[in-house]
Ligand binder design. Structure first.
Ligand code: MG
Ligand code: MG
Length: 286
């Protein structure tokens, strides 16, 4: 695979496989989102993740990665990332829940995350979700040839801080391809280094802003994984895997066939056409 300053540049064939991996990942996130409701134990989403990976014939990317025990990172309220699904934690009305999920399809990795409200959420929580997703989309919009990595970081940080939210600094986005974490690292704030990587067609970046209502500082819980805000205020996380195309960003982690840059879809499709699949069918309930 071609490289530019240590960053892999994917060809159309490789991008097509990355698109299918990420489309399957997005379909799984869609399915989990439909089951979010008060009273549901968070382990239910791990079950959906596992069952849908089997259905699509893909492997969960996170399970076993550095020893992470689950397919799904499920993080509730003050949990920022890397939360464990639990049979004894039940979602409550007003919670927010983040799903971060990746799959491996034909050797290619997907990675995408969303935060959802459980039932009716506070205005404070709704604002955090909205602005975090907007930060993601602004970061994505900056992922164009001719820009640098710093432009992505600046787009996220500027929008977050304009709305009074803290940008989590401990965790960053990353290149993605045949490995989950490739170069470059993509901070959600402008780092204090003078040079920045020029963005090139063929780079695939997992852009993933994490915002918090209070402090950006995090603690890691005794399970050695779950990151929580130090002040235990709410945090949200949105992530897309994005290919840099000649005419702009091409979001791969969408469940519909539509894509802003209208990329090719020549990889063999394991999820079938159209993108819509019944959760019941995938989970063998009909
Ligand atoms: Mg992720
Ligand atoms: Mg990621």
């Amino acid at each position: 695979m071609k490289k530019f300053r240590g960053v892999y540049l994917k060809n159309e064939h490789e991008i097509a496989f990355m698109r299918e991996a990420n489309r399957i990942g997005a379909l799984i996130l869609d399915a989990m989102g439909k089951e979010v409701a008060p009273g549901v134990p968070t382990m239910r989403f791990e079950e959906i993740a596992q069952e849908m990976c089997r259905f699509y014939g893909v492997r969960p990317a996170f399970q076993g990665y550095n020893g992470f025990p689950y397919a799904l990172c499920c993080s509730v309220n003050e949990e920022v990332v890397h939360g464990f699904p639990s049979a004894s934690r039940f979602l409550r009305e007003g919670d927010i829940v983040s799903f971060d999920m990746g799959v491996i399809y034909e050797g290619f990795f997907s990675d995408s995350a969303r935060t959802l409200g459980v039932g009716a959420v506070s205005e404070e929580a709704a604002g955090l979700l909205r602005v975090t997703e907007e930060c993601l989309l602004r970061g994505v919009a900056a992922a164009v040839p001719g820009n640098t990595l710093r432009d992505i970081s600046a787009a996220v940080q500027t929008h977050a801080e304009a709305h009074g939210y803290a940008v989590i600094r401990r965790f960053v986005g990353h290149g993605i391809g045949r490995s989950m974490h490739e170069k470059p690292e993509i901070p959600n704030f402008v780092p204090g280094i003078p040079l920045s990587l020029p963005l090139k067609t063929g780079m695939i970046l997992a852009i993933e802003p994490m915002l918090a209502l209070g402090t950006h500082e995090v603690d890691i819980l005794a399970d050695n994984w779950t990151a929580v805000t130090r002040d235990r205020k709410l945090a949200a996380h949105f992530e897309h895997s994005v290919a840099i195309a000649p005419n702009g960003p091409d979001i791969l982690s969408l469940s519909s066939a539509a894509s802003p840059a209208g990329g090719r879809k020549d990889a063999p499709s394991r999820a079938g056409g159209g993108g819509e699949i019944s959760v019941d069918r995938a989970l063998g309930r009909d």
